[in-house]
Design a protein around this ligand. Structure first.
Ligand code: XMP
Ligand code: MG
Length: 175
């Protein structure tokens, strides 16, 4: 158990299990993108650790860049997505691989997919470490999912509570 600010969290998925699954996802992506030249777009802030581990598990040496969006305040989605840091890369005719930490309401993902579709990519695929299927309403299902989880707040491995806890190696769940 750990305490962050006013909340208590317990371990939910241990680091070894996360890394094992990330390596499997890397292999799947290698297989599916070996004849392509994908542009990986990591969605900051939450996906920074997952993206770093994932790209180092891959053999195909893809290009990676970052976009920053925010929709969460404390423990809840605000329902509105803000694009905070834009993209400079050319998306036209590229195979895009969006890397997300978690798909919850799907608001962020549907916003990003709609925005990228206007830029004429060849394809858009989505890989997410975590997916909350019960909470999901707004977007298409991600193409690659690390773990399906219940609609409970999680933190660690890049995910935060009010900006804290991103450095934790295991994933934690709100008690
Ligand atoms: P939506 O609802 O747009 O949410 O699919 C996507 C973004 O919200 C954040 N999020 C969380 N962050 N623990 C977190 O630390 C959670 O349980 C959680 N659920 C959603 C996250 O940034 C994600 O990209
Ligand atoms: Mg995120």
């Amino acid at each position: 158990m750990i305490k962050i600010l006013d909340k208590t969290f317990e371990i939910y998925i241990e680091e070894t299990k996360i890394l094992q699954r990330v390596a499997e996802l890397g292999k799947e992506l290698d297989r599916d993108f070996k004849d392509k030249n994908p542009l990986m777009i990591s969605v900051l802030n939450g996906a920074f650790i997952f993206s770093a581990d994932l790209i180092r598990c891959m053999g195909i040496q893809p290009e990676i860049t970052f976009i920053r969006v925010a929709s969460y305040e404390e423990l809840q989605s605000t329902g509105k997505v803000k694009e905070v840091l834009g993209l400079k890369e050319n998306i036209f005719n590229r195979d895009i691989l969006l890397v997300e930490d978690i798909v919850d309401t799907g608001e962020t993902l549907s916003y990003l997919v709609e925005m990228f579709e206007t830029l004429g990519p060849k394809s858009i695929s989505i890989v997410t470490l975590l997916h909350k299927p019960e909470a999901q309403q707004k977007s298409k299902k991600p193409d690659y999912i690390g773990f399906e989880i219940p609609p409970k707040f999680v933190l660690g491995y890049g995910l935060d509570y009010n900006g804290l806890g991103r450095e934790l190696r295991d994933l934690y769940q709100l008690v």
